[in-house]
Design a protein around this ligand. Structure first.
Ligand code: LAN
Length: 731
C-alpha cells in the first residue's frame, strides 16, 4: 500500500495551486460553531452569496460608503457600530481569526497526515499561502508566534506542514527555510513537543523524546504531583502525548517521510545519536530551560525505569486509563476537545487505538475544521475554536459604557447578542466530573462556545456582566431567569483561591514548585494555575454588579469574596504602580482591569493610594502623540517595553479606560488619547489591525482582532458620557 500512498502524495502535489478564488469562500456560523467552505460549484456559490463578514475576514473590499466624519467621541462610537454591526454573525456573536501561535497549524496538519485524512486542494493551497506569507522576511523561517524571531520549533514544524500540503523541497521558499533550520541546528535542536510530533510521524526515532509516562495517571490522587493537579491545558496535552509515547506508535512510512528524514537534519539520519539529543535544544527555543530536578527525573526514567522496571501490566492499565480519559474528553466536548494542541493529538491516539473508520476519528476529522480560519494571507489555525462568548461580552459592555443600550438603533444587534449568550450558557456539569478531574461549570460561559464547554473565571464574569446589563435595560426581555443567573454565581464563587485571588479554569491544585517539572521548554508558567489580576478583577466586577441587583443572594459570601479579592489585587500591584498581565500585553492590559475593579468598590484616584499609583504608572507611559504602545517583550521579561512602531489604538484604549474608571482628574492626557483613537478611525467606521494584542504562557503571542473595535468604542463611549461637553477637535 506504500505505492498507493505515494500516488496520494503526488496527486496532492499536483493539485496545489497558486491561489484559490477568494470570492468562493464562505464562513458558516451554526449556533456559534465556525466552519469555512469553498464553493467550487457556481450554482452553489450563487445560492450562498458572500456576506460582509466573509469579505471582511478574507480581506476583500466591502465597498462601504464613507460615513459623516465623527466630530465627537460619541459620533465615533456610532460610526464604529455602523461598521461592527455588519460583522455580527447570524447566531448573534462576533467571530474573528484567532491566530498568532505558529505551532498550531502543524498540530492539525500532521495529525491529518498520519491519520490519512484527505486534504482538499483549496485547503492545501491556502495553508501554503499563509505559511509563505508568514515566513520571516529575512531568514525565511518561522517563530513561536507571528511576530517572533525564527525558532527551530516554528521552522521545523511549518517546513513539515508545507511538505505535507505538497510543496516541493526545491521551491525557493523551502530552500531558504531549510537553510535557516540547518543553521539553527536542524530538528535535533527542536523542543520536546516538536520532537514528539516528529517521532509520531516517523521522521525521528522515539529515543529523542524525553519520557512521557502515562503511569503517572495511575498514581493515587493525593500525590502532590499527580497530573490531575496540573493546569488544564498541560494535562490535556500530556494525556495524548503519554499515550502515544507509551505505545511508541508511528505513522506508516511513505516517500515523504523518508525524504523529510533527509531534509530536517544537518546529520545523516542513520548516524544521529537519538538518545544523546534528547536534551539538545537551540537557545532561541529555550525560553524555560529544564530544571536540574526534571533533568534528573528524565535521566532516571529513560535510563533505568523504562529499560528495566517498566512492567507490562502497569503499562497496559495506564494506557487503558489514558484512553478512557481521552474518551471522556471526547464525550464532554463532542470530539472538539479543549484546544488546538490536545484535539489533534487525541485524534491520533484514537486512530492508533480504533483505526481509521472509527466514529471517534471521523468525528474528530470533521470538527478539526472549526479550528481553521481563512484571512487575506491564506488559511491558518486558531488558538481555540473561536472567541465567541468573550468578544460578544465586551461588545455589549462597550455599548453600555457609551450609554447606547437604550438607543433603538442598536437594539436588534444587542438583542441578538443577548440571545447568543442565552443560548451559550452551559446548563450542566460534565458527566462524571470528579472522575475526569473537571471543575464545576453549571451556569458558566466558556471563552469560545458551549460545545467546548470549559468554564473560565473571567469568561463567566464578562458574559454575566453583559447579560445583567442588557436584561436590566428597559426594552430587553429576561431570557436568562434568576435561577440561571444564580447558577453562574454559584460556579463563580468556587473560583476563589485561599489568598483571595482567582485563576483561569480552576483554582490551583498544586503549588508553584510544580513549574520545576515544566518539560515544554518554549513556555513559562504552564504547569499549574497561577493567580491572575485579570481573572480576579473580572470576577470582582461581575460580583459587584450582581450584588447591586440581587443584594440578598449569598450576600455575606459575595461581600467577603470581593473584600479578599481586592486585598489580593492590591498586593499584586508592582512597585511601579502597574499590574502584570498574563493574557493581554501586558502591564497596560492588567492595569486597566485592576483600576476598573477598584472603581467597582468605590476606590478611585481621589481616595485610593493604589488607584492613584496605577494612574501615575499609565500616565508615565503615555507617548508624545497621546497614545500608548507597550510591546510584547514586556510579557517575556516582566518589564515595560515600548513598541518600535509607536502608539497602538488598542493599547491606548486600555490605558484610557483604566484612567477614566479610576476618575483620573486631569483631562488633557485623556483627551489626547481619545483624539488619537478618533484620528485612526477609517471613513467607513472601522479601525485597522495593528500590533498583536494577546499573550499566553509568557512567551507566545495571540491575536484578538475584535479588540480594535470593542475597546476603542468602550474608551470613546466612556469619554462621551463622562465629559459630554468637552470638544476633541476645535472648529
Ligand atoms: C486562552 C484564551 C482566553 C484566555 C482569557 C480568557 C483571555 C484569559 O483571561 C484566561 C485564559 C484564556 C482562557 C486562555 C488560556 C490559554 C489559551 C487557551 C488561550 C490563550 C488561547 C490559546 C491558549 C492555549 C493554551 C493554546 C495551546 C497551547 C498550549 C500551551 C497547550
Amino acid at each position: 500500500s506504500n505505492a498507493g500512498d505515494e500516488d496520494h502524495t503526488t496527486k496532492r502535489a499536483r493539485m496545489l495551486e497558486t491561489k484559490t478564488d477568494y470570492t468562493r469562500w464562505r464562513m458558516r456560523d451554526e449556533g456559534g460553531c465556525h466552519t469555512w467552505h469553498y464553493l467550487e460549484d457556481d450554482e452553489a456559490a450563487k445560492k450562498w452569496p458572500q456576506t460582509y463578514y466573509d469579505k471582511y475576514y478574507l480581506g476583500l473590499p466591502l465597498d462601504l460608503p464613507d460615513l459623516p466624519k465623527a466630530k465627537t467621541p460619541l459620533d465615533a462610537v456610532r460610526n464604529g457600530l455602523e461598521f461592527f454591526e455588519k460583522l455580527q454573525l447570524p447566531s448573534g456573536h462576533w467571530g474573528c481569526e484567532y491566530g498568532g501561535p505558529m505551532f498550531l497549524l502543524p498540530c492539525i496538519v500532521i495529525s491529518w497526515y498520519v491519520t490519512k485524512t484527505p486534504i482538499p486542494w483549496y485547503v492545501a493551497t491556502e495553508i501554503k499561502n499563509y505559511l509563505f506569507a508568514r515566513a520571516h522576511p529575512e531568514d525565511g523561517g518561522w517563530g513561536l508566534h507571528i511576530e517572533g524571531e525564527s525558532t527551530v520549533f516554528g521552522t521545523s514544524l511549518n517546513y513539515t506542514v508545507l511538505r505535507i500540503v505538497g510543496v516541493d523541497p526545491d521551491h525557493p521558499v523551502m530552500v531558504k527555510a531549510r537553510a535557516t533550520l540547518h543553521k539553527l541546528g536542524g530538528a535535533t535542536h527542536a523542543p520536546h513537543w516538536a520532537k514528539w510530533w516528529f517521532a509520531v510521524m516517523g521522521v525521528a526515532e522515539w529515543d529523542i523524546v524525553n519520557p512521557v509516562p502515562p503511569e503517572l495517571w495511575l498514581l493515587p490522587d493525593w500525590v502532590p504531583f499527580h497530573p490531575w493537579r496540573w493546569w488544564v491545558h498541560i494535562r490535556q496535552v500530556f494525556l495524548p502525548m503519554s499515550y502515544l509515547w507509551s505505545k511508541g506508535w508511528r505513522a506508516e512510512e511513505t516517500d515523504l517521510i523518508r525524504s523529510l528524514r533527509k531534509e530536517l537534519y544537518v546529520e545523516d539520519y542513520d548516524k544521529i545519536d537519538w538518545a544523546g539529543n534528547r536534551n539538545t535544544i537551540n537557545p532561541i527555543d529555550n525560553y524555560h530551560p529544564k530544571t536540574w530536578l526534571l533533568n534528573t527525573i528524565n535521566w532516571f526514567l529513560a535510563n533505568i525505569w523504562k529499560p528495566y522496571f517498566r512492567v507490562k501490566p502497569l503499562v497496559e492499565r495506564a494506557e487503558e486509563w489514558a484512553m478512557k480519559l481521552i474518551e471522556m474528553e471526547n464525550e464532554n466536548t463532542d470530539h472538539l476537545d479543549l484546544a488546538t494542541v490536545s484535539g489533534p493529538m487525541n485524534m491520533v491516539c484514537l486512530y492508533a487505538c480504533y483505526g481509521p473508520d472509527s466514529y471517534a476519528v471521523r468525528r474528530h476529522q470533521e470538527r478539526s475544521a472549526e479550528f481553521l480560519w481563512v484571512n487575506r494571507e491564506g488559511m491558518l489555525a486558531n488558538g481555540t475554536n473561536g472567541v465567541q462568548c468573550w468578544d460578544t461580552a465586551f461588545a455589549v459592555q462597550a455599548i453600555m459604557d457609551a450609554g447606547l443600550t437604550e438607543d433603538p438603533r442598536w437594539r436588534p444587534m444587542l438583542l441578538k447578542a443577548l440571545k447568543f449568550l442565552d443560548d451559550q450558557q452551559i446548563r450542566d456539569n460534565v458527566k462524571d466530573q470528579e472522575k475526569c478531574y473537571r471543575q464545576q461549570r453549571k451556569g458558566a460561559w466558556a471563552f469560545s462556545n458551549k460545545d467546548q464547554g470549559y468554564a473560565v473565571s473571567d469568561c463567566v464574569s464578562e458574559a454575566l456582566k453583559a447579560v445583567i446589563i442588557l436584561q436590566k435595560t428597559p426594552g430587553f426581555p429576561t431570557l436568562i431567569d434568576d435561577r440561571r443567573i444564580f447558577d453562574a454565581i454559584d460556579t463563580l464563587l468556587t473560583y476563589q483561591n485561599p489568598n483571595g485571588s482567582c485563576s483561569s479554569y480552576e483554582p490551583p491544585r498544586a503549588g508553584k514548585w510544580m513549574e520545576m517539572l515544566n518539560a515544554a521548554e518554549v513556555f513559562g508558567n504552564i504547569m499549574v494555575e497561577y493567580e491572575y489580576p485579570e481573572c480576579t478583577t473580572a470576577v470582582v466586577t461581575a460580583l459587584s454588579l450582581f450584588h447591586k441587583h440581587w443584594p440578598d443572594y449569598r450576600a455575606a459570601e459575595i461581600e467577603r469574596f470581593i473584600e479578599r479579592a481586592v486585598a489580593w489585587i492590591k498586593t499584586a500591584q508592582k512597585p511601579h504602580g502597574g499590574w502584570y498581565g498574563s493574557w493581554g500585553i501586558c502591564f497596560t492590559y492588567a492595569t486597566m482591569f485592576a483600576l476598573e475593579s477598584l472603581a467597582s468598590i468605590g476606590e478611585t484616584y481621589a481616595n485610593s493610594e493604589h488607584a492613584r499609583r496605577g494612574c501615575e504608572f499609565l500616565i508615565s507611559k503615555q507617548r508624545e502623540d497621546g497614545g500608548w504602545s507597550e510591546h510584547y517583550k514586556a510579557c517575556e521579561t516582566g518589564e515595560y517595553h515600548e513598541h518600535p512602531t509607536g502608539s497602538q489604538v488598542v493599547m491606548t484604549a486600555w490605558a484610557l479606560i483604566g484612567l477614566m474608571k479610576a476618575q483620573y482628574p486631569h483631562i488633557e492626557p485623556i483627551k489626547k488619547g481619545i483624539r488619537l483613537i478618533m484620528d485612526r478611525q477609517q471613513p467607513n467606521g472601522e479601525w485597522l489591525q495593528e500590533a498583536i494584542e494577546g499573550v499566553f504562557n509568557k512567551s507566545c503571542m495571540i491575536s484578538y482582532p475584535n479588540y480594535k473595535f470593542t475597546f476603542t468604542m468602550k474608551a470613546l463611549g466612556m469619554f462621551a458620557r463622562k465629559y459630554p461637553d468637552v470638544k476633541i477637535y476645535d472648529d
